[in-house]
Design a protein around this ligand. Structure first.
Ligand SMILES: *Cc1c(COP(=O)(O)O)cnc(C)c1O
Length: 434
């Protein structure tokens, strides 16, 4: 047994599936999960001492690369003074101001610890602020694992092929209306059938948990128009895309230019720089419904934890225009290399790409992927062999076809070269899969 195999078999006796988050178990790609013990720049090293170029980036937070010196220094300096006090702390406002300077629609901010908590609280706030009950979500959009948002969710729910989750009551599912993404007619129909009862439409800013799926031109704007006309709120989930697609998230590439702003944003991943921080934010008049200024309860022992705030502040301060240019450019190089390798191997595919976020969908070249039904209909059996061929050549991809590939500011030429060199053999493995 290798050390990784030994660790995983021990973990399986201690934790369900041997993991603390399902996709880490390699269920859809097979084989033994790799236990990572160190991250530097674009590289991860596993418990056996094997080095990989990392294209997961801790599922998004590692925008600057692993162990960025400024982030590590900020964390160390904060840790020296204590780990947290359960009181106000100056770094909370510093991070909130950085967020608002990038996304002016984030007029007020509440820090939480996970993206799940951010969207869960945003839903409660939307219901509390509007006095309405129904939530509209899109199939394949993942908003964390709170009960009402698990219906037809993406990410691990998609990877495991679950319709939703056991343990979610019918009553909760009833209050969530699920429609296909990019379906303008379905959206209009929901508003004509349930006018006056809809508290909010929640959407991923640009979906990236069923693989990457671009909103069709005007789709987010239609959500904005219909919610505004009906007195419902628009919740723009930027947990994945916030401070990654542009310095102002996907809103920076869409609403900012098109002249619209959601009522509420949710942020996570990059905002915590690798530590557990997320946030909900938005219009002052809505946000002030939260306790203690309003009647919608939310609290958190670790909310605004100083060490996590320090990591977030250092990450956003160092996420400069050059960082975004670099990531965009390297993502294009890797996506082009991926396309070339698959074409040369005779594999049918589409590259699903929005800004620097992209994923591959097999057997979808005719139409691309615009919604969850199309994402699920792809030839996902090709991904396991592709993934393992990359892993064997020292490239760590997301262990599911339904997840995006994450580049970072630290992916310099040597790391990108290693990815490009590994792609042809992996494309052959995808071609041979059956
Ligand atoms: C990751 C993610 C979440 C959940 O965040 P956690 O920190 O894992 O709870 C919510 N929404 C989107 C769009 C995400 O990508």
């Amino acid at each position: 047994m290798t050390t990784n195999q030994h660790l995983f078999s021990t973990a399986q006796t201690l934790m369900p599936g041997g993991v603390n988050s399902p996709v880490r178990a390699f269920g859809s790609v097979g084989g033994t999960p790799v236990a990572m013990v160190e991250g530097r720049g674009p590289y991860l090293t596993d418990v056996e001492g094997t080095e990989y170029v990392d294209l997961v980036g801790s599922w998004g937070p590692a925008l600057l690369g692993h162990s960025h010196p400024a982030v590590m220094d900020a964390v160390r300096a904060t840790v020296e003074k204590g780990l947290g006090f359960g009181t106000s702390h100056p770094l909370e406002s510093e991070l909130a101001e950085l967020v608002r300077s990038r996304v002016p629609g984030a007029e007020m901010i509440r820090m939480v610890s996970t993206g799940t908590e951010a969207t869960m609280t945003a839903i409660r706030l939307a219901r509390g602020a509007t006095g309405k009950n129904l939530i509209v979500k899109f199939a394949g959009c993942y908003h964390g694992h709170s009960d009402g948002l698990l219906a037809a969710a993406g990410s691990g729910v998609a990877t495991l092929g679950l319709p939703g989750s056991a343990g979610v009551t019918e009553a909760q599912a009833w209050e969530t209306v699920v429609i296909e993404y990019n379906d303008r007619e379905a959206l209009q129909k929901v508003f004509s059938e349930h006018s006056g009862d809809i508290a909010a439409v929640i959407t991923e800013a640009t979906p990236a948990n069923m693989g990457v799926v671009a909103p069709e031109p005007g789709f987010n704007q239609l959500i904005r128009e219909l919610t505004a006309a009906d007195g419902a709120l628009m919740i723009f989930d930027e947990v994945m895309t916030g401070f990654r697609i542009t310095e102002a998230g996907y809103w920076g590439a869409s609403g900012r230019n098109e002249g619209w702003t959601p009522d509420l944003f949710t942020f996570g991943k990059v905002i915590g720089g690798g530590l557990p921080t997320a946030a909900l934010a938005g219009r002052r008049g809505v946000m002030e419904h939260l306790a203690p200024t309003g009647p919608v309860y939310h609290a958190g022992t670790l909310s605004g934890n100083p060490v996590a705030m320090a990591a977030g502040v250092a990450t956003l301060k160092n996420a400069t225009a050059e960082v975004y240019e670099h990531i965009d450019q390297k993502a294009q190089v890797v996506a082009d290399g991926l396309a070339d390798a698959l074409t040369d191997a005779g594999v049918d595919y589409s590259i699903q790409k929005v800004g620097s976020l992209f994923s591959v969908a097999f057997g979808t070249s005719a139409t691309g992927v615009h919604n969850y039904a199309e994402a699920q209909a792809q030839e996902s059996f090709r991904y396991g062999p592709f993934f393992h061929a990359m892993l064997e050549q020292g490239v760590y991809l997301p262990p599911s076809v339904f997840e995006g590939w994450f580049l970072s500011a630290a992916h310099e030429d040597a790391a990108v070269e290693r990815i490009l060199r590994a792609l042809p053999q992996a494309a052959q493995a995808a071609a041979a899969a059956g």
